[in-house]
Design a protein around this ligand. Sequence first.
Ligand SMILES: NC(=O)c1ccc[n+]([C@@H]2O[C@H](COP(=O)([O-])OP(=O)(O)OC[C@H]3O[C@@H](n4cnc5c(N)ncnc54)[C@H](OP(=O)(O)O)[C@@H]3O)[C@@H](O)[C@H]2O)c1
Length: 325
Amino acid sequence: MVAAVRVHKVGGPEVLTYEEVEVPAPGPGQVRVRNHACGINYIDTYFRMGMYPSPTGVPFVAGNEGAGEVVAVGPGVTDLKVGDRVGYTSALGSYTAERIMPADRLVKLPDSISYEQAAGMMLKGMTVEYLLNRTFKVQKGMNVLIHAAAGGIGLIACQWANYLGANVIGTVGSKDKAALAKANGAHHTILYREEDFPAKVKEITGGKLCEVVYDGVGKATFPASLDCIKPLGMFASFGNASGSIEAFNINLLQQKGSLFATRPTLNTYAAKREDLLSIAQNLFNVVASGKVKIPVNQKYPLKDAQKAHRDLEGRATTGSSILLP
Ligand SMILES: NC(=O)c1ccc[n+]([C@@H]2O[C@H](COP(=O)([O-])OP(=O)(O)OC[C@H]3O[C@@H](n4cnc5c(N)ncnc54)[C@H](OP(=O)(O)O)[C@@H]3O)[C@@H](O)[C@H]2O)c1
């Protein structure tokens, strides 16, 4: 038996139950991983509250990101061995001391990446990689708006977009968060709870607006985000921290300047193993080079998962958060 955090009935943070679970021996194509750190992500709250249904029903172990060492290898697994250091993402069931994983969803960690860094970036950093390089290719001189710029995705995205040479504009919920976003690559910040953010974007860009808006906030910033995008630009709506965007008339995109809109997820971009590995490698490269740092700003013991979720949903966190089993 190992310690884990399970959800028996979907709901608020109080449904996260710290208890002992059985972990079986790995089957064909599987390995058993001892987590050294587990990432905390907004998507964990969607599963916890039932917005995203657990594919295995209840009870389920919460969490979608982790890093640790291989402690047992199932039949047919040839490219991993006991003792290998690995990271993973988009695999429900990570808030636990040990778990079973399909071997083909694991990525070997370079020695330069610590377990805590890996747990703070496998989901968030790989998401930033595909958003900035694949969903819309950010290039030098482009104006880019990143909402919730001091968050987990936000601080990584600001650094990476800055490294790509973009003019980075970040929205944030407080002055402290504005200072943090600026220290992590944002050239301009907007206090979007107080200021008219499309008007500020217009002012900052001299009326040119942005080639792309990366919006993980959702309901609270829609449709105003569309007013920040130049004609033929891209609206990348990748999350719902404030709630989901409701159904809208697609003619709105025509009225706002023949805009493109997409609702991407890492699951699609990293579905093929070759893509999973190439996205991870690009992330490892920017982190190893020092161009992007992974700010793990909150660390909690595994048993404090409820507090971790309250902090995340209460907008009390910055950068990445992890649980330590
Ligand atoms: N599609 C994908 O592939 C993918 C992958 C990973 C994450 N995501 C999405 O990316 C977004 C960020 O994820 P994260 O884990 O890095 O979280 P996070 O940004 O660290 O936390 C969410 C932030 O959103 C802002 N926010 C705005 N309105 C809010 C509200 N009503 N309630 C709570 N927070 C609010 C807060 O920042 P301020 O105080 O500055 O407003 C808060 O800190 C989430 O929407 C997540 O679902 C999508």
